[in-house]
Design a protein around this ligand. Structure first.
Ligand code: URA
Ligand code: SF4
Length: 227
């Protein structure tokens, strides 16, 4: 008995979590400030800075990506690099205004490995994701968005369950208490990686179509509020 209690305690000590850092009565600015000093998992050592979510507190839609990339690490803001530019373009095509949107990530530090002179993006592991999730949970609690959109498998599996398959289930509405409308689509960087122009255009059109369904939900809700 004593032995196993000790092992369990040892395990608990090794669990990384940002939970203790969440301020009481959080606001976005309180959260952002607290997250600047987060050292809940080892990724803080690798990135330049914490890249917290960005957007208006009144945003109707929250998009959740995987983790900041190199450009985001430098800028301190999510989705400012090539994937972010593609997302912006798709939002315009879908008729979703930037002010309606808050963008963030499952993991708030850039994870990379050096390969020669380059910084190669590495996927966060389960321990890092678990450690960082309290920040996202707190963001959602403050924002109370109408629609939550996971971009890509990392976000979808962290929030919707590990069996979720974006390839098969993109665009489905998932009944979860995270928000009144919860869904997932591909990560914009997967469109950038398309092997040729034709595939890229087709993938972009599908992505915009997914975003249009999201636009319908938020604009329908606004119509209801205005009447
Ligand atoms: N990819 C992401 O998942 N998030 C970012 O912020 C940028 C690129
Ligand atoms: Fe904290 Fe998340 Fe950065 Fe890890 S990745 S140090 S949990 S903010």
């Amino acid at each position: 008995m004593r032995g196993s209690a000790k092992i369990q305690q040892g395990r608990r000590l090794k669990t990384w979590s940002a939970a203790q850092l969440i301020p009481q009565h959080p606001t976005l600015s309180k959260l952002r400030e607290a997250a600047r000093h987060c050292r809940a998992c080892p990724l803080w050592k690798r990135g330049i800075q914490t890249v917290f979510g960005a957007g208006a507190a009144s945003a109707k839609v929250v998009f959740v990506g995987e983790q900041p990339g190199f450009d985001e690490d430098v800028a301190g803001k999510p989705f400012v690099g090539p994937a972010g530019k593609l997302l912006d373009k798709a939002l315009v095509q879908a008729g979703i205004a930037r002010e309606e949107v808050y963008v963030t990530n499952v993991v708030k530090h850039f994870k990379w490995e050096s390969k020669g002179q380059q910084h190669i993006h590495k996927k966060p592991n389960a321990k890092e994701i678990d450690a960082c999730l309290p920040w996202l949970e707190a963001e959602l609690q403050v924002l109370q968005p109408e629609v939550l959109v996971c971009l890509g498998a990392t976000a979808a599996q962290a929030l919707l369950g590990k069996d979720f398959r974006v390839s098969r289930q993109r665009g489905e509405w998932v009944p979860l208490p995270l928000a009144p409308h919860v869904t997932a689509t591909v990560h914009p960087s997967s469109i950038l990686r398309a092997p040729d122009d034709e595939t890229r255009h087709a993938e972009m059109a599908r992505f915009v179509a997914d975003l249009r369904r999201i636009a319908e939900v938020i604009h329908h809700m606004e119509d209801r509020q205005n009447h």
